[in-house]
Structure formats: structure tokens, C-alpha cells
Design a protein around this ligand. Structure first.
Ligand code: NAP
Length: 264
């Protein structure tokens, strides 16, 4: 979806540039990155599974990329590659636009990869005081919790069984899926949606034309919900400005994405 979004912004600004998708496999990531200055490419976005590997390969990193230990965009500054991460800011902007209220509340984040780290940062910035991480591999949840622990926020690490813990769910203001669960399998781990408060917000970082498996249950239980389309737009708008030094016109990238997703 990113080429449609970025190219719509170039067209709207009458800038003679193009955004293309390249299929790069993990063994070729280093070579692809080395090629950026040689080819005069202004910048690139990176997606699963390259974000953490690229972080380890880059010398110049923004404070946010260091905090998240993942890079979702690389900017070519006259041959010097600079890693940044716009996922947390993109997600925060979307959650705020959706009216999600996290001040002094509990957020449950499912996952322990780069998207989960971005979600923790976004929730912390929105004032959440308790964050529960639920992940298939418990040790990854524990090390992520350790990284973000602070005096202001209580962070707990759980397995996926936390998603059926009624006492935990009863306090949640937000349940956010930051895993790729449901992307290919079409099913999600058991989650006791009914145990959450009626105004608990369900957010899936995954976006697609039809409701995701994670959101199906929230929809059936009448809970407020959104998929990750808004996060994609938010991170993309910030990346566009980093690559081009100019912000995209408001709404252009969102309209291009929604058109591709078949939304009005
Ligand atoms: P990642 O670093 O590879 O992490 C993947 C996470 O998914 C891990 O927590 C992993 O658990 C979990 N997982 C994968 N398959 C699973 C399964 N079958 N059952 C249970 N857990 C499973 O990926 P990421 O970069 O964080 O991205 C995660 C998701 O967020 C992706 O679907 C991506 O498309 C989405 N995302 C969306 C946006 C947006 O703009 N909307 C931005 C970033 C990411 P283990 O630790 O146990 O392996």
C-alpha cells in the first residue's frame, strides 16, 4: 500500500519522484542498504522482517530508533545512511485521532517485536500507567518489559494465556494486537472479549480490506475498534517528510490508501 500513498503525495505536490516496492530477502538486506547511496535513492521504508536487523547494521540512528531498537525508515543524507522509526508516532497520532483515552489506564499489548515496542512507547506517551505485554514467547515479553520499565509505568510480561484472564481484561482501556497472528492463518489466539469494559478499544496493527480475525470478536461484542490503516498513514506521512523535506498535503496519503482498501 505504501507506493500508492507516497506516489499520491508526489503527484499532489507535483514532485518528480517515485516510490517503488523492492522485494529484499534477509540475506540481501546489507547489500540492498549499501546500494542506496550508489543508486541515489533518497530513502527507504523497511517492513517485516528487516526492522531489527537494519537497526543493528546502521551507525547513525535517531533517538527513537535507538529506543525501539528497530528502524522503519532509512534516510540517505548525501551518502550517509540515517535510521529512524516513525511507527510509534504514527500509531500515537492515530490513537489520539480515534479518541482513545489512556491517561492513568491499563493497555494490553499483544506481541513483543518492533510493532509492540512502538505500541508501548505510544501508550506511555498517551499517559498509560500500566502496560501488560502478552506474547507467545514469554522470554521476549520479559526482555521487552525490562527495556521500558520506569518509575512512572508498571510493565508486566505475560504469555498469551493473559488474554483469557478476566481480572486483567476487566481493567483494560486498550487491547492492541502487534503480532502477525491472523495475517496468514485466519485465526487468532483465544481472547475473552466479554471480560473487557464496554468502552475498551480494540486496535489491530494489521490492516486489510476486510475485518481482521482479531477484530471480528470485538465487532461481535460491540467494542470500539480500528485496524492499522491509520497507523500506516501516520508513519508514512512522517517518513515522506523525512525523505523529501516537505510534508504531504493533509489527507492525500489516507485517501490513496482507503481507495486501495476499497473504503469510501
Ligand atoms: P516482528 O518483530 O516479527 O514480531 C512478530 C510478533 O508476532 C512476535 O511477538 C511473535 O511472537 C508474534 N507472532 C508471530 N506469529 C505468531 C503466531 N502464529 N502466534 C502467536 N504469535 C505470533 O513483527 P513486527 O514488526 O513487530 O510486526 C508485527 C505486526 O504489526 C505485523 O503484522 C505488521 O504487519 C504489523 N505492523 C503494522 C504497522 C502499520 O503501520 N499498521 C506498522 C508496523 C507493524 P514470538 O515472539 O513468540 O515469535
Amino acid at each position: 500500500m505504501s507506493p500508492a500513498m507516497h506516489n499520491a503525495a508526489y503527484a499532489a505536490l507535483a514532485i518528480d519522484r517515485v516510490y517503488l516496492a523492492f522485494h529484499v530477502t534477509p540475506p540481501h538486506l546489507a547489500a540492498a542498504m549499501r546500494a542506496l547511496p550508489a543508486l541515489g535513492i533518497l530513502g527507504v521504508n523497511l517492513t517485516v522482517p528487516h526492522k531489527e536487523a537494519a537497526f543493528r547494521m546502521l551507525k547513525h540512528l535517531s533517538a527513537e530508533a535507538k529506543l525501539l531498537r528497530a528502524v522503519n525508515c532509512i534516510i540517505n543524507h548525501h551518502g550517509r545512511l540515517h535510521g529512524d522509526n516513525t511507527d510509534a508516532r504514527g500509531l500515537e497520532a492515530d490513537l489520539r485521532a480515534l479518541g482513545v483515552e489512556l491517561k492513568s489506564r491499563l493497555a494490553i499489548i499483544i506481541g513483543a517485536g518492533g510493532a509492540a515496542a512502538a505500541a508501548i512507547l505510544a501508550c506511555a506517551r498517551m499517559g498509560a500507567t500500566r502496560i501488560a505485554i502478552a506474547n507467545r514467547t514469554h522470554s521476549r515479553a520479559t526482555s521487552l518489559a525490562r527495556r521500558f520499565r520506569s518509575s512512572r509505568i508498571e510493565i508486566e510480561a505475560h504469555g498469551l494465556d493473559a488474554l483469557t484472564d478476566a481480572s486483567l481484561l476487566a481493567d483494560a482501556a486498550l487491547v492492541l494486537n502487534a503480532t502477525s497472528m491472523g495475517l496468514t492463518t485466519g485465526t487468532f489466539a483465544p481472547l475473552d472479549c466479554e471480560a473487557t469494559p464496554e468502552n475498551c478499544f480494540f486496535y489491530d496493527a494489521i490492516y486489510r480490506a476486510e475485518p481482521t480475525p482479531f477484530l471480528n470478536d470485538a465487532i461481535a461484542h460491540g467494542r470500539p475498534h480500528a485496524d492499522g490503516a491509520g497507523m500506516l498513514v501516520g508513519q508514512g506521512e512522517l517518513a515522506f517528510e523525512l525523505f523529501n523535506g516537505v510534508a504531504p498535503p493533509p489527507g492525500v496519503m489516507e485517501r490513496a490508501l482507503f481507495q486501495r482498501l476499497g473504503r469510501a
